[in-house]
Design a binder for this molecule. Structure first.
Ligand SMILES: C[S@@+](CC[C@H](N)C(=O)[O-])C[C@H]1O[C@@H](n2cnc3c(N)ncnc32)[C@H](O)[C@@H]1O
Length: 121
């Protein structure tokens, strides 16, 4: 199995099975502030993380921006590595995580197109 979903009960799951995902509104709960240009709605990483990972596994977002994927990982009990070119937005994400008990995440400012860029400190 690639996830923790109980597929014997798939119709009751919080997983969209249509080919078109429709969300009535953006999830703005918790740490999701919708303050960063181009951030995606939290329900997208929620669906993908739930389908393709299990609790405790590591999710990498190489363009993590304002941390939408990280906050969903925290909610779902996944570890997280976030990379981004923009150190200011990573400072914002770090400040959001000050209120978190989770230490299951790493953030690093780097240019993903630069093969000499360090991945993690
Ligand atoms: C559309 S935003 C991602 C938004 C994120 N999914 C969210 O929900 O907040 C794209 C991000 O990619 C980063 N980025 C662009 N080019 C990059 C590169 N070469 N290396 C690392 N990050 C890069 C930008 O700084 C920006 O934060």
């Amino acid at each position: 199995m690639i996830n923790d979903l109980d597929l014997s009960n798939w119709k009751e799951l919080d997983i969209l099975t249509d080919d078109l995902w429709l969300f009535a509104s953006r999830d703005k709960t918790g740490k999701h502030k919708n303050v960063y240009h181009g951030n995606f709605i939290p329900q997208i990483p929620y669906q993908l993380i739930s389908r393709f990972t299990k609790a405790g596994e590591v999710v990498l977002d190489a363009f993590c921006g304002s941390g939408t994927t990280l906050y969903e990982c925290e909610k779902l009990g996944r570890k997280f590595i976030g990379l981004d070119l923009n150190p200011q937005i990573l400072d914002f994400v770090s400040s959001q995580m000050q209120k978190s008990k989770s230490d299951f995440y790493r953030l690093n400012s780097c240019d993903n197109t630069d093969e000499n860029s360090r991945i993690l400190n």
